[in-house]
Design a protein around this ligand. Sequence first.
Ligand code: SF4
Length: 339
Amino acid sequence: MDLSKLNEILAGQPTYRAGQIKEAVYRLSVADWDEAIGLPRELRQQLKEKCPLNINAELFVSGGGNSQKAVVRLTDGLKIEAVLMCHDNRNTVCVSSQAGCPMACSFCATGKMGFKRNLAVGEIVEQVLLFVRALKKEGQRVTNVVFMGMGEPFLNYDNVMAAIKVLNDQKGLNIGGRHISISTCGVIEGIEKLIDEPLQVNLAVSLHAPNNRLRSRLMPVNNKYPINDIMKSVLRYVKNTNRRVMFEYIMIDGINDSEDCARELAELIRSRLPLKLAFVNLIYYNPTGIYNTSLPKRVKMFKTILMQAGVEATERYRFGREINAACGQLATEAKSEKE
Ligand code: SF4
């Protein structure tokens, strides 16, 4: 999909056409301009030639059918991925904000790809639109969007926020701000900017370790943004917005899943934040070669220690493991094919 020439086409049109086109693309989510029957035929022809609506993607469906992964080929040949997860009447799309990622987290396949480039606004929005169109055929809609795919959203802050405005537009996709979450590995400048955003989107922070020694080993970005600084920024965020922050914690066997880690994490959160404004999401790790995922009984033990310390904790379902619906796995394979 490429709407970059839309303004050029609209230049000779009545002003209300922009609204009609937006409605067709987003609210009605047409996949072909011929379906936009409210537009004159000549205009539709121009749009077909200059603003293609097709999204170049390959879909992979999980065996259980509760998740689908899309590998989207961008116009310059790069591939990114988005994942749809369906459960509890929620249809959540996990989108990418960058092709590759410069953060080089040791557990992440996307990190191993290195950084290619930031995604444009349209390239972020089309990942959601792809699943909006697919779900429409089943009489369903996308209910939630999470920026937890490839890349660090706060390194592409302006485009991510512009895309969120498109997703949130009541006359368009109409996905409520409280149903949109941005996940950061701790880019403090981004957290600080988010405090002042009028849109009520949720913040998630990938912590993955309770102390600097372990976190720096897993996430080199911790050398730039250590835990202490992140916690100070998160405290400002929760105080100013009164919104809860989610800490993501992938459970890696024998690395960060000990009882001591659980107690240290509980103490970190208890001592730094109001308990009602923070919770931990324990995530079963999708192995990408180096590490293994923790056993379920260890995840439960970890959760129990947090809960007993008064820190709310949840476990994230393991969606789409068999279709490599983890951070950048297939994109990494695609890259090797290309080279
Ligand atoms: S985990 Fe997120 S921030 Fe870290 S390398 Fe992967 S995509 Fe980048």
